[in-house]
Design a protein around this ligand. Structure first.
Ligand code: SF4
Length: 240
């Protein structure tokens, strides 16, 4: 029986997938994104749970999942727990409950990871940066891993939503949007959503006494976010 270290649960969530979601946040992440608003998920909690224990918690919300909802595995990085997800997946499937993976894709594409991706109803993939140097600089991760996971999802025709956090002064220009559109130009995906950098997680850095590399960076203005989203959508449409 697989166990996983759990950061938290969020019931009746609406943003991380379609319909009403039951979010399961794992601890542990291979990345250290400069803009992370969940640094408290980087390290282990005192909450180790078996797949069956987590399944029983999720099952209580089954009545809410009727209109396309389900479980979302998030984190931290859920794919670090691919064997756990592969153990809980058939339990959920027996109840008619599907799952979404909310992932950075920054893990080796092992057989366990492929199986967890194959079993997902949908995947929300972070497109953090569009080339290896900035990916490494701002996340500490390997660009090639994320690209391999993105391509795998696309080739498998998974329902794929892409997300990018836009940070003032780092990736907030029209030229950046063109590079993102170019990167995913031959991927199949349903939508590509930009999220504005915000400062609401700053207090966590203070509480954890971790240096916040973006402490002097302001939140992205909503009107700029809308402008960039329109530009990205138009650039993707023009390439199609
Ligand atoms: S992948 Fe997510 S949890 Fe991990 S460091 Fe980046 S923003 Fe934080």
């Amino acid at each position: 029986m697989e166990t996983a270290n759990i950061h938290s649960f969020e019931s009746l969530a609406a943003l991380d997938g379609e319909g009403i979601r039951y979010d399961i946040f794992f601890t542990g992440c291979p990345l250290r994104c400069a803009y992370c608003h969940n640094p408290d998920a980087w390290h282990r909690s005192s909450n180790d749970m078996t797949a069956e224990e987590v399944f029983k918690k999720a099952r209580r919300f089954k009545p809410y999942f009727r209109r396309g909802g389900g479980v979302t595995f998030s984190g931290g990085e859920p794919l670090l727990n691919a064997p756990f997800i592969n153990e809980i997946a058939p339990m959920l499937a027996r109840e008619g409950v599907g799952y979404c993976l909310d992932t950075s894709g920054s893990v080796p594409l092992t057989d366990d990871v492929k199986k967890a991706l194959d079993g997902a109803d949908m995947v929300i993939l972070d497109v953090k940066f569009y080339e290896p140097e900035s990916y490494r600089k701002y996340t500490g991760g390997e660009f090639g891993r994320f690209v391999a996971v993105g391509r795998y999802c696309s080739e498998k025709n998974k329902r794929l939503w892409l997300r990018t956090v836009v940070v003032p002064g780092i990736n907030d220009s029209e030229a950046d949007m063109e590079r993102y559109a170019e990167l995913v130009g031959d991927w199949r995906f349903e939508k590509y959503e930009l999220l504005g950098f915000h400062t609401m997680g700053f207090f966590k850095y203070e509480n954890l006494k971790i240096e916040n590399p973006l402490k002097d960076v302001p939140a992205l203005k909503p009107e700029r976010l809308e402008e960039l989203q329109r530009y990205l959508d138009a650039t993707i449409a023009a390439r199609a």
